[in-house]
Design a binder for this molecule. Structure first.
Ligand SMILES: *Cc1c(COP(=O)(O)O)cnc(C)c1O
Length: 433
């Protein structure tokens, strides 16, 4: 890799040719300030920036990476696939294998369709539920993120918090400019962790079964089962957005962990092994309403492409029961350590841990929904972020993103993060008084 450059130089050049200098907004460090590091390469739990600096990375591509960067088995699988051609526009064996593997782990996915991103998965699932039910309204939860399609951008948590419309302005467009009022007219936003009362105009409820885009907010006991029952009562469909939880929270994702079965499930991130994949799946009678069998259209030039399916299969191959046990142990250790280190320095902090997922909530009380999630002290997060970055630890550059410890974060790496966290928290607490 060419490294005769600096982060500042590249960011300046990037801003002259790419809006904000980035290909996805949070990467611009808007909510923490400063200059983003430009990554030159990565391996295991580490990334190296273009200045040659090594960082312990707990971003892990926002959860797309679970086995550590550049895992040899995944690199090898991708390289071998690429040598045979990168896309054909014709079906391949690996698509069948990946779909079968998803169905084995998540039996409610009797049929699976592969797409190229989580956004495509949720967008297509919503079209399918509307087509199948003949109803238009969808219910989503404030602070849940389901990708960047028009109808799902209302109150969408972390990514969109930066550009949220002024809530006191009744003419404001929710989520993003450029979303026509009509596109969100059938989107009803309700508070997380409370079962809404539905009626028979509702096509579906879409939910992050563990909310992971407003910090980490686990489902309250009975919440997911309550959604299932309420959907059944009015004939609405239940859609789990498992783009983060799928194949990370456990072999069977959130539905496996909590024993609640949705009608449709959406996947992304982990199942691409770090490449561009999404998928959605569910009951055969529903999924078979997709084209070419049924009237609901959806397509993609690169859907199920050889590189992405090779990477996804190689990643899933690494995810056996022992892997999940390790992921949970790592998250627990990291979570307890972070809570201790930040708390000892005098910061108000709650570190929710749910299986292998954890968040940092800088407030005295745990978050249960979007309103309480937003009590996190964003200014302190920004200072903590930079104090950690100065000490070689990369958190996500946004207060509502979660941490993604993976199989490459061994005990020594976790210890390194915790030592830096204690030191960083003391520096932040001193500067704050
Ligand atoms: C990341 C994410 C998406 C969108 O996936 P992309 O691949 O970024 O389009 C959807 N839902 C959830 C819960 C996510 O975290």
């Amino acid at each position: 890799m060419p490294t005769h450059t600096t982060n500042a130089d590249l960011f300046a050049r990037a801003q002259r040719v790419i809006p904000g200098g980035v290909s996805s907004p949070v990467r611009a460090f808007g909510s923490v300030g400063g200059t983003p590091y430009f990554v030159a390469r990565a391996e295991g739990p580490h990334v190296w920036d273009v200045e040659g600096r090594r960082l312990v990375d707990v971003v892990q591509s926002y959860g797309a990476i679970i086995a550590g960067h550049a895992h040899p088995a995944i690199v090898e699988a991708v390289a071998a696939a690429a040598a045979d051609g990168t896309s054909y526009g014709a079906p391949t064996e690996r698509e069948v294998l990946l779909a079968e593997e998803i169905r084995t782990r998540v039996p409610a996915c009797e049929r699976v369709r592969l797409v190229s991103s989580g956004t495509e998965a949720t967008m297509s699932a919503i079209r399918l539920v509307r087509g199948a039910t003949g109803r238009d309204r969808l219910v989503k939860f404030a602070g849940n993120y389901h990708g960047h399609s028009d109808g799902l951008l209302a109150d969408a948590g972390s990514a969109v918090a930066l550009i949220e419309a002024d809530p006191s302005d009744p003419t404001a467009v929710p989520g993003s400019a450029g979303v026509p009022r009509g596109a969100v007219a059938d989107t009803v936003v309700v508070p997380y962790n409370r079962v809404p009362e539905l009626d028979d105009t509702v096509a579906c409820v879409i939910v992050e079964p563990v909310a992971a885009n407003m910090g980490l907010v686990p489902p309250a006991p009975g919440f997911l089962a309550g959604l299932r029952a309420e959907c059944d009562r009015v004939g609405a469909l239940l859609v789990f957005d498992e783009v983060i939880t799928g194949f990370r929270l456990g072999r069977g994702g959130a539905q496996g962990r909590y024993g609640v079965t949705p009608d449709l499930s959406c996947f992304g991130k982990v199942i691409g092994g770090g490449l561009n994949v999404g998928a959605f799946g569910g009951r055969a009678d529903l999924m078979d309403q997709m084209a070419p069998l049924g009237p609901v259209y959806q397509a993609g030039t690169l859907s199920g492409n050889p590189l992405a399916t090779a990477a996804g299969l190689a990643a899933l191959d690494l995810l056996d029961d022992a892997a999940y046990t390790r992921l949970e142990a790592t998250a627990r250790r990291l979570g307890e350590g972070l809570a201790g280190a930040l708390g000892a320095a005098g910061l108000d902090v709650v570190v929710p841990v749910e299986g292998p997922l954890l968040g940092i909530h800088l407030a005295a009380d745990p978050a249960v929904d979007y309103d309480t999630a937003r009590t996190t002290d964003t200014a302190t997060y920004a200072r903590l972020f930079h104090a950690l970055l100065d000490r070689g630890i990369a958190l996500a550059p946004g207060p509502y993103e979660i941490l993604f410890p993976g199989l490459a974060h061994d005990d020594a790496t976790v210890d390194e993060v915790l030592a830096a966290a204690g030191d960083a928290a003391r520096a932040v607490a001193e500067a704050g008084t």
